[in-house]
Ligand binder design. Sequence first.
Ligand code: PBG
Length: 330
Amino acid sequence: MYPLQRNRRLRSNEAIRSLVRETIVTPDDFLVPLFIVEGKGIKEEIASMPNYFRYSLDLLENEVKELWSLGLKSVLLFVKVPDNLKDNKGTEALNPNGLMQRAIKKVKTVCPDMLVMTDVALDPYSVYGHDGIIEQGSIVNDATVEVLAKMSLSHAQAGANFVAPSDMMDGRILTIREALESEGLTDTGIMSYSAKYASAFYGPFRDALDSAPVDMANIPKDKKTYQIDYANRIEAIRETQMDIDEGADIVMVKPGLCYLDIVRDIKNVVDVPLAVYQVSGEYAMLKAAADKGWLDHDAVMMEQVTAIKRAGADLIASYFAKDVVKLLNR
Ligand code: PBG
């Protein structure tokens, strides 16, 4: 009680503040998303994600080396698939010499200790821009899960350490785990996008991969039949618990900032590491506001990633990872 307690004593200078600080962000917290394209000599900026790039495999090499030298030890790979290789069933996703499979090998050759996680979902491979196979206008669950399991095997066989299913089909974690076990890939982990919401914050990412749902008759315009309704929280806990029961090593909440209540709810009840994905729209918003001079980029960025960790994130997938680490190293 005041005046016996004066809370400002513990805030009076940076030395005391740093002694009592509860949440410290470090390079160890981050997973770096990387976008990969076919071709040579390509490093192209994504229009809605300033200072974020798609790399061809040759230039991916330098980027991976730089990340490692900065102390960033984990990457999450995404590929932009040429239109002529897209179909309804994600056939190209299973090509042992596909872009993803070559990217995994590339990273492992350049930097063998880099932890490689791969996105497992059909959308970049789908002519319809959906995470599942479409039959009579709807996304079919079990047939999609079969493809996701084969895709996971293919990534694991190419050398991925973790597969990260981001599709939100029911039962995919169990089917993927069983497929990995049956092929003796017992060390390959699964990071499940377990509480992934149907969010408008994914817009810039869909630009980056040209993977937005198409505007066609009979094709769902959004992902609301598989991603979670953003009005719900109990459902996110149930989804996450089911994924853990099915064999997920790491679970995830996505997006980040608007969902920190969910992060804390889940953190309080699970005993596996919890990832948070600070998504493309969150990145774009800050870059745009900072570009206009309306927000202090670095200060807001640190406040945001610290808030994500404080809420309960054990690891953070973020397009800001490099910016954060460069700032910390200064
Ligand atoms: C694809 C996938 C998406 C993201 C990660 N994996 C987009 C989507 O579900 O439409 C979004 C990432 C981001 O916005 O940064 N399954």
